[in-house]
Design a binder for this molecule. Structure first.
Ligand SMILES: [Zn+2]
Ligand SMILES: [Zn+2]
Length: 259
């Protein structure tokens, strides 16, 4: 029994990452602590790393304990195009590595547990939408990667919340530089006119409340550009639903205000 398991474990190490996630037997390793158990992310890790955080109602950034309003000072100065944002976790602790594996390393099996965390948070907030739309990739990035991680997340949220998801509402007009390397101002300029509505999307969004799904919100410029495009094309309102939100500089998730 043990030798069969060792043979399988040894064989599995030599498979490409994408195949390994499929080949992992039911009841595999927790993606964070690597303990063998029955969930993709075990309950212990969820308890440790998915702590409740008081967030800005508008942009989902962690609010300092001393900040008593529901909206952060940045959103008071410049109101985002989306009416509210929901994030499952801060982009901190184990989450950046998991999201990198989902996005760049073919670990598509991570979409389901990450989407489940987000769906639970959406459900808690009693947030609703008529339509879920993923942030689209450019044609070039789609060809390089082979899948859109935001669409994988959107499909799981569709199943869990029974809200229709469509990948053919927004397209990305141009191939933008990797945004992670740009300043907030450069990022906003780069992304401003990057999206457009498809003819299928035009027929779907008039008067509807649309939720845009993405893996990470950093400055919010990408989601803001998507929201503006949807609103200009006739959507009634737009929300942003993301797995992870970058915390305020210097603030660790576990040091954040609990709520
Ligand atoms: Zn674990
Ligand atoms: Zn805010």
């Amino acid at each position: 029994m043990l030798s069969a398991w060792l043979a399988r474990a040894s064989f599995s190490r030599h498979l490409p990452a994408a195949v390994r996630t499929i080949a992992t037997p039911r009841g595999g390793q927790c993606h964070i602590c690597r303990r063998w158990q029955s969930h993709a992310i075990c309950s212990t890790c969820l308890t440790v790393w998915q702590c409740a955080i008081r967030r800005c109602q508008r942009c989902a950034i962690t609010l300092p304990a001393a900040h008593h309003d529901d909206v952060c000072s940045s959103c008071e100065d410049v109101t985002p195009e989306f009416d509210r944002a929901i994030a499952a976790v801060d982009y901190d602790g184990p989450w950046p590595e998991l999201l990198t594996r989902l996005k760049f390393n073919g670990a598509t099996a991570l979409a389901r547990p990450l989407a489940t965390m987000l769906a639970e948070r959406i459900h808690e907030r009693r947030a609703q939408a008529d339509l879920i739309v993923p942030v689209p990739l450019s044609r070039q990035r789609m060809t390089e990667r082979g899948y859109n991680q935001s669409w994988l997340l959107a499909k799981h949220i569709e199943r869990q919340l029974a809200v229709a998801a469509r990948f053919d509402v927004l397209t990305r007009r141009q191939h933008t530089q990797r945004l992670m390397s740009l300043s907030a101002q450069e990022r906003a300029l780069q992304i401003r006119d990057a999206f457009e509505i498809t003819s299928a999307g035009q027929a779907l969004i008039g008067g509807r409340h649309v939720a845009i799904v993405d893996d990470v919100m950093t400055t919010g410029a990408t989601l803001d550009a998507c929201a503006r495009t949807l609103l200009e094309a006739g959507a009634r309102s737009v929300s942003a639903w993301v797995v992870a939100r970058t915390p305020q500089p210097g603030r660790h998730a576990n040091q954040s205000a609990q709520a």
